[in-house]
Design a protein around this ligand. Sequence first.
Ligand code: SAH
Length: 248
Amino acid sequence: MAPRRFMINSGAIRDGFASCDGELYNHIARVLRLGNGDPVQLADEKGFVHSGTIDQVGREWLTVKIESSAPSEESESGAPRITICQALPKGDKTELILQKGTELGAHDFWLFGGRRSVARVRDDQRDSKLERWNRVTSEAARQSGRSSIPGVLWCPGAAEAAREAGHDLRLLLWEGEREQSLKGLLSTCDRPASLIVAIGPEGGFDPAEVELFTRQGFLPVSLGSRILRAETASIAILAIMQYIWGEM
Ligand code: SAH
């Protein structure tokens, strides 16, 4: 089995040793019970992966002796950067989407207030929600051994999200699309460097939102005749994209 990989700040690595404390220490030493001599990989924010073995384990910190460092395969894999542009769903569905999407390699998440979103984010709640959501992606990245943490951004509505989308390929998963299937569309596309996928809330997209997105170059596609829940749609599209263009 490949060594487990953890995120580390490059500042914690000096003279061939990395020192880990706080949550990282807790995760390695207490949760996973790794110890002296166990191999680990430490990925830093600059896109490097440092391979080494645990050297010393203290009560609140441990050190890793670094044996080699190289650019991470994630920064070199050539898979497209995938943005999930998701209308805010109900309750804890957001966290599910962030967690599973991080495991499946999403590059970032843009959450927006959809016209039919039942849930709302008031201005005074925004910062604490973003903090919480970013914690979810950071935790999921660590758990899944990813070397980069997907960012979570908030957009007030579809108009703002659509306007910001400069991705090479823009898809709108639309339950109302009858002609264009995802499969049909992808068979005509080359691998893009970046891709954004817009997904509606439980109530689906409002026609005005479909218009907004399509005017900004989003291509409406169908995932078939069955209606998927918003969280299923986002998990499914990521798995499909990773299979076709990623390293799955
Ligand atoms: N209430 C809507 C369904 C919304 S499903 C209805 O009954 O029609 C939530 C979101 O998941 C949709 O807005 C869409 O983005 C995506 N989705 C679900 N099923 C889909 C399908 N078969 N094709 C394309 N997108 C789909």
